[in-house]
Design a protein around this ligand. Structure first.
Ligand SMILES: Nc1nc2c(ncn2[C@@H]2O[C@H](COP(=O)(O)OP(=O)(O)OP(=O)(O)O)[C@@H](O)[C@H]2O)c(=O)[nH]1
Ligand SMILES: [Zn+2]
Length: 195
């Protein structure tokens, strides 16, 4: 089902009334439309299939004596919507995989993250779904996804922990091995230049 902008606008006007605001006052008249546009962005991934970003994979043949090649795309910025409170959580995703017979243009890894983020999510499920998409789309020898995020529902309300971030990790195949995983974690932690 596509996003129903008119229904979002009506619901936002109703919420404004419910919190004691006047949705007709000058500063608020365009707010339902703006929120509907923002929600259309936040939930655009409901209409998309992340695997479509992996359909143009490239054949990759490792030489016989090469093992353990790794692709790591670090610091992919994302925002998603916490499904408990409909407040954003923001952070970075690090996506690593060990190719088998297919690799993919690097920008498509970020597109997978964006599509799966643009849905009502839990950070754990977001991490799992990105891992699963890379695993299904590229059939690699291993996948590891690490997400580090700050939740609006933890920082702006409830516990109000503004300095706390949450790290989640999911893996498949050879990157589930603790030693292989440790190498990727070290690479994620390292930064070239002044980063
Ligand atoms: N595991 C997990 N929990 C989350 C995520 N986003 C938000 N939460 C937590 O989900 C919980 C929802 O708990 P509830 O008790 O139903 O709601 P609440 O009373 O608003 O909880 P508090 O935020 O702790 O005040 C809260 O502890 C949130 O911090 C997430 O992505 N993953
Ligand atoms: Zn929440």
């Amino acid at each position: 089902m596509s996003i129903d902008v008119a229904r979002i606008e009506a619901a936002v006007a109703e919420m404004l009334s419910a919190v004691g605001e006047d949705p007709a006052r000058a500063g608020l008249t365009a707010t339902p439309r703006r929120v509907a546009e923002a929600y259309s962005e936040f939930f655009a991934g409901n209409e998309l299939n992340a695997l479509d970003h992996l359909s143009d994979s490239i054949e990759f043949t490792a030489k016989a004596d090469q093992t353990g090649e790794l692709v790591l795309v670090r610091d992919i910025e994302f925002r998603s919507m916490c499904e408990h409170h409909l407040l954003p959580f923001l952070g970075v995703a690090h996506v690593a995989y060990v190719p088998d017979e297919r690799i993919i243009g690097l920008g498509n890894i970020a597109r997978v993250v964006e599509t799966i983020s643009a849905r009502a999510q839990l950070q754990e499920r977001l991490t799992e779904e990105i891992t699963e998409a890379i695993n299904d789309g590229l059939s690699p020898r291993g996948v590891l996804v690490v997400i580090d995020a700050v939740h609006g529902c933890v920082s702006t309300r409830g516990p109000r922990q503004t300095a706390s971030s949450t790290v989640t990790l999911a893996s498949r195949g050879v990157l589930s091995d603790p030693l292989e995983r440790a190498e990727v974690m070290a690479l994620i932690g390292s930064r070239g230049g002044d980063g």
